[in-house]
Structure formats: C-alpha cells, structure tokens
Design a protein around this ligand. Sequence first.
Ligand SMILES: [Zn+2]
Ligand SMILES: [Zn+2]
Length: 147
Amino acid sequence: MTTSERPAFRLTPQRAAVLEVVRAATDHPTARDIYRRVRARQPGIGFATVYRTLNLLVAHAEILELQLGDGAVARYDGNTGHHDHVLCEACGAVADVRVELPALACLKAEAASGFAVSGYELQFRGRCRDCSRPDQETAHAAEQAVG
Ligand SMILES: [Zn+2]
Ligand SMILES: [Zn+2]
C-alpha cells in the first residue's frame, strides 16, 4: 500500500513535516509536542495548521489518534500496524506492546454483547521503569508533569 495509490491530499512541505515528525516519534506525542518538533523544521507553522494536519492525516489513516485514559489529551502514533499500548499512570509515558489475546476472548465478547466482533485494542496501565524506581518516583513524575 502506497500513499500515491489513494486520492491523496496534497502533501505540502508543512504537512510533510508533520507526517515525518509523527512517523519518527516513538513516544506517542500530543499535538503540542508535535507542534514544538515541527516548528524546529518549519518555523512559520502555526498550531492550528499542525492540528488540522493531524486530523487530516488521521482521516487518511496515515497516522493513528489514540485516546489513552479518561479525558486524556489525544496522542498520535505513526505506527499504524495493529499493536497495543501500555500507559504509565504516573508520567503519561506510552509504549507499544504486542499481546495476542486467545481467540476465545473475541467469542466471549460476541456472546456477551451480541456484536459481531472484528477486532480489539488493549490498553495496559501501570508504571514505567523510571516511575517504578522508588527513589525516582516523585522526581520523575514531577519533571514530566512540568513538561
Ligand atoms: Zn512513568
Ligand atoms: Zn503505538
């Protein structure tokens, strides 16, 4: 699958910069994070343009928008292959994980809901390595909360 086969949107230099920043990131950045990184390449770009571009890229399935946690700000993922996430409840770090559910799990979900289940997404929660070190706990979480 290549992007040129689709009725593609026009990939302006600004849009290309946004796409490249999201694809290069492994930390599942927020729109604000992406804005800061894109501005390093495209100094004139505004937050509204970055935000609109993110929505456009999500609509074209070039990137994923993730809602992790209750009412949490959206995070963006350049990895569009099926994978799951683990969220640090202390600092908000997000890592990719790939965990296979037993096939029976989908059947159980179908039986319980009456839906024809076609897929699933898993979201694990806990504490990242930095936040689970007892001595680092408060310092690291405070540091991340400021950023
Ligand atoms: Zn953490
Ligand atoms: Zn991911």
